[in-house]
Write a protein that binds this ligand. Structure first.
Ligand SMILES: [Zn+2]
Length: 269
């Protein structure tokens, strides 16, 4: 879930200030935070750019035009560089049992409405993945920028890191169970395609809690991010989307009663 500057911990602000806006410095700082080795990242980055590799096809993305987004309330900034990180979020909305495209469109509209009410001008994150695995464009311009591969939209989803990171919101609350398999499949597709288009090493896929004090993207989801990174790596290597089975429940029912208000009752041990 994205956060307003008001709720930001001071350390995030301080880090941003210290970095002075250089993406390179941020990469070094965060490599320590996530346990990644800068040298390894660089090697992976050059691998991803190898021309002989088979290319992943663009996954189906429901664009802002497709889902009837409102016109942004502000001028949206295009950053003329590639993102250095990809931040995974959960929306903390209901774990709906409706995996339809219609439900996904409803979600995108609801999220945009909420974010515009917070004066973010438009949807804060770049992409959204529904419980049914539908991938939707969030902030206007994100898909065009992704296909171009050299620019990205300045979003509002991870305080202090918006100038360096793309954000993906995964529908639901994942404090008890990881996301359903349908959502995970859609997530692998968009993450792998993003990494391909921006030559972003899979090790740069991180959870929101890696950069800000937050429970996002959920206690049950966050520990499984290494599986996502590995599936993305294998997808880039083979040119075909690789999705590990059993990442989460095969249905949309198991966690449908878990909410942001009662999830502690479901936590085992
Ligand atoms: Zn978040």
């Amino acid at each position: 879930m994205a956060h307003t500057p008001d709720t930001a911990p001071e350390h995030a602000l301080a880090r941003r200030t210290l970095l002075g806006g250089t993406g390179l410095a941020l990469a070094g700082t965060l490599a320590g935070c996530t346990g990644g080795e800068p040298e390894q990242d660089a090697a992976e980055g050059s691998d991803a750019q190898t021309e002989q590799r088979p290319r992943l096809p663009e996954p189906e993305i429901i664009t802002t035009a497709d889902w009837g987004a409102r016109t942004p309330a502000i001028h949206l900034h295009t950053l003329h560089e590639r993102p250095s990180y990809l931040v995974i979020h959960h929306t903390s909305t209901a774990n709906t049992t409706d995996g339809s495209r219609t439900a996904a469109v409803d979600l995108a509209q609801m999220v945009q409405r909420g974010h515009m009410e917070q004066s973010w001008g438009d949807t804060g994150q770049h992409f959204t993945v529904s419980r049914g695995g539908h991938v939707l464009e969030g902030r206007h311009g994100s898909r065009v920028a992704l296909n171009d591969g050299h620019t990205f939209m300045l979003g509002v989803h991870a305080l202090g890191f918006n100038a360096y990171a793309l954000g993906i919101e995964c529908e639901g609350l994942y404090m008890v169970n990881p996301p359903p398999q349908t959502l995970y499949e859609g997530l692998v597709h968009i993450c792998a395609y993003i990494c391909q288009q921006y030559a972003l090493p899979p090790s740069r896929i991180i959870g929101h809690r890696d950069v800000v004090k937050t429970s996002c993207c959920g206690d049950a989801f966050y520990p499984k991010l290494p599986i996502l990174r590995e599936d993305v790596r294998r997808s880039l290597e083979t040119g075909e989307y690789q999705v590990t089975p059993g990442f989460g429940p095969d249905n949309l029912v198991d966690d449908s009663e878990i909410t942001v208000n009662n999830y502690r009752d479901y936590v085992r041990g």
